[in-house]
Design a protein around this ligand. Structure first.
Ligand code: GLN
Length: 280
């Protein structure tokens, strides 16, 4: 490798071309920052800075993986959610910015200061940890049906020093007894034949976290039908869903006896979550 090929600027230029996709320059900067420990702003302030040949090789290996589609979050092993640095791995979904809308909506609900809260299918722990970070007195329980996700969420809770308990349970199957003032979930909600399963990051994410039957509603049906047995009087259920599932999900909520049923939108102004209250 020649001297000039070891500057941040030349590495980033070549990587940006190799990566292509939606945000190649950003992806390249994140990867180079990860390998070198240098900040992204330093690449602009000091583009001629040299990295070592070893760093350049490690960077190029990551760039190749990125170019073949591997999500940046999996390559870095980390994704920020609600300003919390979360560890991620291929056993769970990568937390999405739109799911922060669910956190925001949950924080706006009229529930007790010492509410009992449940996050169903927590994955990295993103929603549960965001809620715990904002409400020190909420008792937050999180579950996942995948053992490696339970391990990951528990590790994130420990690293962030947030008091979230994580248990292995497929939806409500193995939860401790008791009722909740708030149940939240970002369940799988993609239809099995959906073309976007073949595009972008989702190709590398576990289908157990994404796909829910022919219409994408299989898991939401189970969660909504069972929640009334697990909600306190006046407790709330809130689930994330696909942009075109608002009508169907509101129907399921009402059929289960929930009231004040409402769908809210995400940052792209698409239907993204539905909430409702259990009158008791
Ligand atoms: N929003 C995700 C997507 O990009 C789906 C997440 C989920 O199924 N919970 O498809």
């Amino acid at each position: 490798m020649s001297e000039s090929s070891l500057t941040c600027d030349s590495l980033l230029r070549n990587a940006t071309i190799a990566i292509a996709g939606e945000s190649p320059r950003l992806d390249a900067e994140l990867l180079l920052s990860y390998v070198t420990g240098l900040s992204r702003t330093s690449f602009r302030a000091w583009p001629e800075r040299q990295v070592t040949a070893t760093e350049a090789r490690r960077f190029e290996a990551l760039v190749q993986q990125r170019a073949s589609g591997h999500p940046v979050a999996y390559l870095l092993g980390e994704q920020e959610f609600w300003s919390l640095p979360l560890k991620v791995n291929a056993s769970t979904l990568i937390p999405r910015p739109d799911t922060e809308c669910l956190v925001e909506a949950a924080l706006g609900l009229p529930i007790p200061d010492d509410a009992q809260v449940l996050d169903l299918g927590t994955g990295t722990g993103a929603i549960a940890l965001a809620l715990a970070s904002e409400r020190g007195r909420w008792q937050v329980l999180a579950c996942d049906a995948v053992a490696s996700a339970v391990e990951l969420a528990a590790e994130n809770a420990q690293r962030l020093n947030l008091p979230v308990t994580v248990v292995l349970s497929h939806w409500f199957d193995n939860l401790p007894a008791g009722r909740f003032d708030l149940i939240v979930s970002n369940p799988p909600y993609v239809a099995s034949g959906d073309h976007h399963l073949g595009e972008g990051d989702v190709r590398f994410e576990p289908s157990s976290a994404l796909v829910a039957g022919d219409d994408g509603l299989d898991d939401i049906r189970v969660i909504v039908a069972t929640s009334p047995q697990r909600l306190s009087a006046n407790g709330w259920l809130m689930v994330e869903h696909g942009f075109d599932q608002g009508n169907a999900v509101r129907d399921l909520f009402r059929k289960a006896g929930l009231v004040a049923v409402e769908t809210r939108r995400d940052y792209g102004n698409r239907d993204r979550l539905t909430l409702g209250q259990w009158p008791g």
